[in-house]
Ligand binder design. Structure first.
Ligand code: SF4
Ligand code: SF4
Length: 99
């Protein structure tokens, strides 16, 4: 199962995870970074370097309050925002779709 980035990344975005990911599967949206679920190789390198513990080792590992972030990471990965990046609140308002 892929790793997932959740809410604590919002507004932090220091890209520490990007620097250590061996397959470059972490991408940037407007206010959060996200992991492409099919590109992640589950190596675990990103998790310990996150200063705010925003990275979880699988969708199942997410706290319930952040469970929707697994779908958000996947939706952003499959329909990356073009031009203007999408905020999580806008993603939610759009019914979980980025297009
Ligand atoms: S677990 Fe490894 S491959 Fe997956 S996002 Fe983190 S650093 Fe990248
Ligand atoms: S290391 Fe954590 S806070 Fe920094 S960009 Fe990655 S997920 Fe976001």
């Amino acid at each position: 199962m892929p790793y997932v980035i959740a809410e604590p990344c919002i507004g932090v975005k220091d890209r520490s995870c990007v620097d250590v990911c061996p397959v470059d599967c972490i991408y940037e949206a407007d206010d959060i970074l996200y992991i492409h679920p099919e590109e992640c190789i589950d190596c675990g390198a990103c998790q310990p370097v996150c200063p705010v513990e925003a990275i979880f080792e699988s969708p199942e590992a997410l706290p319930e309050k952040w469970a929707q972030y697994a779908q958000m990471n996947a939706d952003l990965a499959h329909s990356p925002p073009k031009g203007q990046n999408m905020l999580p609140k806008d993603w939610a308002a759009a019914g979980g779709k980025t297009t």
